[in-house]
Write a protein that binds this ligand. Structure first.
Ligand code: NZQ
Ligand code: ZN
Length: 388
């Protein structure tokens, strides 16, 4: 195992009725709060009223900033930063999924500087301070509720960049599984796929595979994401199904899985971000397609790791060539994706194969920032041709 530092400062309140604590948890960080949320689901579910009441009862002076869209936009974040500066916001509350939480993190970082917030994403500026962020998670997927990452799309350049800094960890995140009862089937599946990909990419690209503690942890998270997803599809109000999926998605990208693995890559995410930036594809839907293309392209190069996963997860028999077990592993994953009715081709996403060069070219910027030099556009194009 490689040396590592694991420091995750986010306080998690998990379980039934924890939503009511958002007021006191936020008041601890300031009196003037900006509440960030999405389009319609928060009000439709009645959660908006509960959160506003809790914040007001805790003595917070509140302004609201709704309207965050999925695959959140830089232009919307800039509006939120202007509002936070005008209002003198001291703390940002995010109530929603990863798009809302990332928007809140970006507002918190942009509200304390004079330069444009996009400079953080292009590496031109580093973060020195942020406004504190608290969250109420309403969709199990991104892991943003307990990590130091944020992802934004620059509307003008159609670049979707991810950026991480230790000051971006939320102070407190409320994970009440009941808030996800209203998540529709498709986004339940996309969230499970996102969590699986967060683990799978680290598992496969780990530079020091002699970390059985990490491997068993990651295999367990992938297995649970698949099982819990099926449970929630059977019964959207299955509390323990939702609770297991929620906690799995949070653990999938809060730093724990990467401990000791050395340098890991995010190649599937590199490619998927371009699908979301160019076609506004839901993040998990894009990953379901890209994951299959990447696996097919790497049955040989990553045979040992993919075959290990197949043996552990799908009980594939030992003895055969690793590359052949790797191919069977891809098929098992593809079977599960079909079972949960996830898209598995670019065509399923409505993206024509003739666009592959444009998509591949769009990955250049993020590949540079994420230092994924071994993913030039031609390699990306080859992977996309295997899932067209
Ligand atoms: O906008 P509303 O009406 O709220 O509807 C949302 C949205 O349409 C809906 N939704 C959320 N909670 C719901 C609900 N519908 C019913 N009931 C509820 N309880 O779900 C839709 C998708 O929401 P969104 O926040 O976009 O989904 P997700 O949580 O998957 O977040 C996706 C974003 O996270 C980023 C992605 O790039 C994407 O922009 N990621 C962030 C990461 C991070 N910060 O670490 C890592 C991830 O890899 C990912 O890249
Ligand atoms: Zn993701």
């Amino acid at each position: 195992m490689h040396n590592f530092v694991f420091h995750n400062p986010t306080k998690i309140l998990f379980g039934r009725d924890t939503v009511n604590a958002i007021g006191s948890e936020t008041r601890a960080w300031g009196r003037r709060a900006l509440l960030v949320y999405g389009q319609t689901s928060l009000k439709r579910s009645g959660l908006h009223a509960r959160i506003v009441n809790s914040l007001r009862e805790a003595g917070l002076e509140l302004i609201e900033f709704g309207g965050t869209c999925s695959n959140p936009l830089l232009s919307h974040v800039r509006e939120g930063i202007a509002l936070a500066k005008t209002h003198g916001s001291e703390v940002i509350v995010a109530a929603g999924g990863g798009s809302v939480i990332d928007t809140a993190k970006a507002i918190g970082a942009g509200a304390v500087v004079e330069h444009d917030v996009w400079k953080f994403f292009t590496g031109k500026r580093s973060i020195k301070a942020t406004l504190p962020v608290t969250t109420v998670l309403t969709l199990a997927a991104s892991g943003s509720e307990m990590n130091a990452g944020m992802v934004l799309t620059n509307d003008a350049t159609r670049e979707k960049f991810g950026f991480g800094h230790r000051l971006l960890f939320p102070k407190t995140s409320i994970l009440d599984p009941e808030t996800t009862f209203t998540v529709p089937v498709d986004y339940t599946v996309y969230g499970a796929v996102d969590a699986i990909s967060h683990v799978l990419e680290f598992y496969l690209t780990a530079s020091d595979p002699d970390s059985p503690v990490q491997d068993r942890l990651m295999e367990g998270l992938i297995d649970n994401a698949m099982t819990a997803c099926l449970r929630c599809m059977d019964d959207p109000c299955d509390y323990n199904g939702r609770a297991n999926l929620m906690w799995t998605a949070t653990l999938a990208l809060n730093g724990l899985t990467a401990a000791g693995l050395g340098r890991v890559g995010f190649p599937m995410h590199l490619i998927e971000h371009s699908l979301s930036a160019l076609y506004n594809v839901p993040h998990g839907a894009g990953l379901a397609v890209v994951m299959l293309g990447w696996l097919r392209a790497h049955h040989d190069l990553y045979a040992r790791r993919i075959a290990e996963l197949g043996r552990r997860l799908f009980r594939l028999p030992d003895g055969e060539q690793a590359a052949s077990i790797a191919a069977q592993t891809s098929l098992c994953l593809q079977e599960w994706l079909h079972r949960v009715r996830a898209p598995t081709t670019l065509a399923d996403l409505g993206i024509p194969a003739r666009d592959i060069p444009r998509i591949a070219d769009n990955t250049r910027g993020l590949a540079r920032i994420w230092r994924l030099r071994d993913y030039p556009p031609e390699r990306v194009a080859a992977i996309l041709h295997l899932c067209r």
